[in-house]
Design a protein around this ligand. Structure first.
Ligand SMILES: Cc1cc2nc3c(=O)[nH]c(=O)nc-3n(C[C@H](O)[C@H](O)[C@H](O)COP(=O)(O)OP(=O)(O)OC[C@H]3O[C@@H](n4cnc5c(N)ncnc54)[C@H](O)[C@@H]3O)c2cc1C
Ligand SMILES: NC(=O)c1ccc[n+]([C@@H]2O[C@H](COP(=O)([O-])OP(=O)(O)OC[C@H]3O[C@@H](n4cnc5c(N)ncnc54)[C@H](O)[C@@H]3O)[C@@H](O)[C@H]2O)c1
Length: 481
């Protein structure tokens, strides 16, 4: 913060608010194309993903996976049934070492090295074409709002007063919670539930609706069972009532359609959805419209002020780091190359990093039926996959949603490393690759990824081994010497 300095005017081609995944990608792209770029970030460079989101959560999950190996190795004849000793301070150190290892990539120094002026201040529009950040007054040909989102504390009386953990504080814990109560069963809540459970915490989760509402019901069912088997207590379609500080930490009532449960927990984590960061930014002065979901944008990510774009979580669409990067690409094509590029989410992938992972791309069966009417569904189970058998991980499946002509509309995979396997299907959808290409590819044996070839082949099986091919083969065999 540079206090009491006289106002300094800056003029640039692109001024970006927010140094998270969206803002950093847009800044790097524009600067490398020769634009004069100013980037304003009030907090830590890297935003949520690096500091309080993807990176710490996946690091915690990696620690939890290591712990789980101890208790699951017996099935292979390895070890004995003992819970591993968890040094939670060392887990915390591991998480922050990983953040530290990635941080230079998102650092002020790296971006200054690209010729970008980085200002560590809070930005606020003062007119449709000017903003203030500290003592700077900045005018730009184009502005980008990439201010991200934050956790919502739902309006449950008493919950806010508890000062619950959110993604901003949970990775700062240096002591393992004895009993973690998680409010919200979306991807954040579930990933944290399994990770903390595997590291030895008791975990109770409550969701007003059902868990993972955007995923295929079969995937949700499988995950529900897996979490239950690991000892996570899950209340769905349930209400949290009257949480308050008690002797054990926090006490509360959970009410389902049929029962009421009194619970106590040592810590509460809120993971009940996100709110776009739109406040106190002078958006009204800039003529930028916004609503409860975030800033209103058109297909080219332009706001109601055509000089100003909104990217990433703040733009009210899907909230993923890869979408923030994708948005930055759309901005670059529009603002730098003058191309009318529009967002297209038809090949949008997402992965929930549970064990097994739940990976999806494109439409779900319900969405496809709504959009297309009739669809063809192919399901192949991991039981049929030799590698899954060898690794004793046969619980998952792949589900393809196809048109009657075999065009791929959507795919879900539930399996270890499903997130690594889903990219193939993203390419199939976005590149309009034929299903027959997947069916005829040579997949290395034995890999979990063979399940994709198997599912694609299953679609052609009735045609391949049907009456006509048989008749043809019969004829050819008569002719062949
Ligand atoms: C626990 C958790 C786990 C996640 N895991 C995954 C995952 O595995 N995979 C995935 O794809 N996504 C994941 N996400 C989502 C992902 O983190 C976000 O979608 C992504 O970080 C959004 O990037 P962004 O640039 O839009 O916003 P952010 O990263 O939030 O960046 C916005 C930046 O703007 C700054 N800012 C805000 N207002 C101002 C202002 N007025 N002036 C100056 N600066 C300002 C903020 O300080 C912040 O640094 C996860 C999120 C959470 C919370
Ligand atoms: N693996 C990933 O890619 C990943 C991981 C974490 C987060 N994210 C991103 O972050 C976003 C936010 O995640 P999230 O899990 O916070 O939100 P979410 O909106 O996905 O899920 C929130 C859940 O909280 C429940 N809920 C809402 N109010 C409640 C209340 N009063 N009591 C109990 N439950 C309540 C909802 O029913 C819902 O199931 C996701 O949409 C995703 O885009 C991605």
């Amino acid at each position: 913060m540079q206090a009491n300095l006289p106002p300094e005017s800056l003029s640039c081609d692109v001024c970006i608010i927010g140094g998270g995944s969206a803002g950093l990608s847009a800044a790097a792209g524009a600067a490398q194309l020769g634009a004069r770029v100013v980037l304003i970030e009030r907090g830590a460079m890297g935003g949520d993903c690096l500091n309080t989101g993807c990176v710490p959560s996946k690091s915690l999950i990696a620690a939890a996976h290591a712990a789980h190996v101890f208790t699951s190795a017996m099935a292979f004849g390895v070890g004995e049934a003992i819970a591993p000793k968890i040094d939670f301070e060392a887990v915390h150190r591991h998480i922050h070492q990983v953040i530290g290892a990635i941080a230079p990539h998102d650092s002020v120094e790296r971006f200054e090295g690209l010729g970008i002026k980085v200002i560590k201040e809070t930005a606020r529009f003062i007119s449709p074409a000017e903003l203030a950040a500290g003592h700077y007054r900045i005018t730009a040909r184009r502005f980008v709002i990439a201010t991200g989102s934050r956790a919502v504390v739902p309006p449950v009386p008493g919950l806010g007063e508890l000062g619950p953990l959110t993604n901003e504080s949970v990775f700062d814990l240096i002591e393992r919670p004895d009993h973690l109560l998680i409010v919200g069963g979306g991807p954040i809540g579930l990933e944290m539930a399994q990770a903390f459970r595997r590291l030895g915490s008791d975990v109770t989760m409550v969701d007003v609706a059902g868990i993972l509402p955007r995923d295929e019901p079969e995937a949700v069912e499988l995950i529900r069972g897996a979490l239950h088997d690991e000892g996570i207590v899950l209340y769905e379609h349930a209400k949290l009532i009257d949480p308050k500080k008690g002797e054990m930490g926090v006490s509360a009532t959970i009410e389902t359609a049929t029962d009421r449960y009194e619970i106590t927990a040592s810590h509460v984590l809120v993971a009940a959805g996100r709110k776009a960061n739109v406040e106190d930014m002078g958006l009204e002065l800039a003529g930028v419209k916004f609503g409860p979901k975030g800033i209103e944008v058109d297909g080219r990510l332009r706001t109601s002020n055509p000089r100003i774009f909104a990217l990433g979580d703040v733009a009210g669409g899907p909230q993923f780091t890869h979408i923030a990067g994708y948005h930055a690409g759309i901005f670059i094509r529009n603002a730098m190359f003058g191309l009318p590029a529009k967002v297209d989410y038809s090949a949008l992938p997402w992965v929930t990093y549970l064990d097994p992972e739940v990976a999806h791309v494109g439409l779900t069966e319900a969405e496809a039926r709504k959009a297309q009417g009739e669809v063809v569904v192919v399901v192949e189970h991991m039981e049929e996959n030799d590698r899954a058998q060898a690794e004793r991980r046969t619980e998952g499946f792949i589900k393809l949603i196809l048109t009657s002509k075999g065009k791929v509309l959507g795919v879900t995979i539930v399996a270890p490393h499903a997130g690594e396997m889903i990219s193939l299907w993203g390419l199939v959808i976005s590149g309009k690759v034929k299903l027959s290409a997947v069916a005829s590819m040579v997949a290395p044996y034995p890999t979990l990824a063979e399940i994709s070839k198997r599912a694609a082949s299953a679609y052609f099986k009735p045609k391949l081994f049907g009456r006509l091919p048989k008749a043809w083969v019969g004829l050819v065999q008569k002719i062949l010497p």
